[in-house]
Ligand binder design. Sequence first.
Ligand code: SF4
Ligand code: SF4
Length: 480
Amino acid sequence: MLFLAHFLFRPSESALPLLPSLQVVPSILRWWGGAAVLALGALLAGRVYCSVLCPLGTFQEAVWRAGGRRLSGYAPGSRARYWTLALVLAAGAAGVSAVPALLDPYAAFGRGVTQLLRPPMAGGIDSLAGFLESRGLYGIISRAGRIPFVPGLFWGTAAFFLVLTLWSLRKGRPFCDALCPVGTFLGLFSRSSLLSVRFSGENCTGCGLCGTVCPQRCISVKERKVDADRCVLCLRCVDACPGGELALSFAPPGESLSRRGLLRTAAGFTAALGLTLWSAKKDGTVPAGASSWDEKLPLSPPGSKSRGNFTKKCVACTACVTVCPAGILRPSLGEWGPEGLFQPVLDYGRGYCQYGCTACGDACPTGAIESLEPGEKQLVSIGKARFLRRNCIVRKYGTACGACSEHCPTQAMRMVPFRGNLTIPELDPSICLGCGACEYACPAEPKAVTVSGLTVHGKIRPLSGGGEGPTVAPLEEFPF
Ligand code: SF4
Ligand code: SF4
């Protein structure tokens, strides 16, 4: 429910400070040591993450329980999950983020909420706010704000959740058992977990009740064993067993410290650590360089540091898209290349990046967008404006304007004398943030000022007057 609230209602930073950062893929992406900590956690307490923290696992279990269907007992684990894990690790190491983004359960759940639940909810809230305002009642409820509709993402997400819902109704937690790379990764260690569910003695009558309530179908009554690499410690079997045979207990020393188990765990641990170290060593940046004006390069949000860092770490969970108050973040459709499908991109056709805002960095759990203080953010240059004098209406029609300068927070676009009483904009690139306020405000058609992204973000020269930009007009007041 907390994750649902997180993606639905744009909670403040203080409401959910840690939960998204406790997710497996985001914590590995944010900090290379995350894999080692998670592996140790699984060695101690198995796949407890799957039942306590994973929102997609909880979704499947809720669907299955709502359907009320009992399962048929033990089924051997699928081999496909190892191939999925190998594919995700290889793709992540090669920088093809679309594969981990597609299969990470946290990101998949986030897309489900933002694409399928948030639009009707926001529509309802906005209609109610509109109705109240039409009756002169302002400020009772705030508008929810729309997030961009991207058909490919919407239909892909809808299909994924339809299949998952039908599958879960019949099989419990099928994604966790057959596909999830996170569960498989944790399972490499939970095989040798200290704490796990075990058959404790001679009280089993073989009734099989435990098998019918186990959403992972990992209890073999015949062999009196629970597959510890698949068990998610939901403890439904412990509750269901009439004789109290199944219990959560510490492993006897001989069992958890068996030579084979230790070797297997050590091999998994070394592979995971090696991969994360290798991936951490690559800084993920692409060579620095000014934007080429021949093509308009895509813009990544402030705090993402570079195109390489952003596309390597983003899992396309769309949390940042939901929180952006300007509504300028939208899932991309090829701007970052096919490997970065649905990773967000800034769209200045819809607004501009607000001077004091740091919301996207505060919401991002993976470090794809780092959290910045407003003062830091106000010095980060994410793109560069280009002024096309021939398109400017001052020059073209001899009319006064200055919308770009009026809304530029750093005065990188400032008005200088032109003809007679007229003034015309002039650009100072050394203090241009690339925030897009000028592009959005410019009334000329085609635009006289456009902003292109930087492959590596820069820093502007500190502004005189302590870096305080002029007060920027509210979004709804412009352009004109
Ligand atoms: S910093 Fe810019 S891109 Fe990020 S949420 Fe704020 S307005 Fe949107
Ligand atoms: S950049 Fe946005 S979409 Fe990507 S991981 Fe961060 S919050 Fe999620």
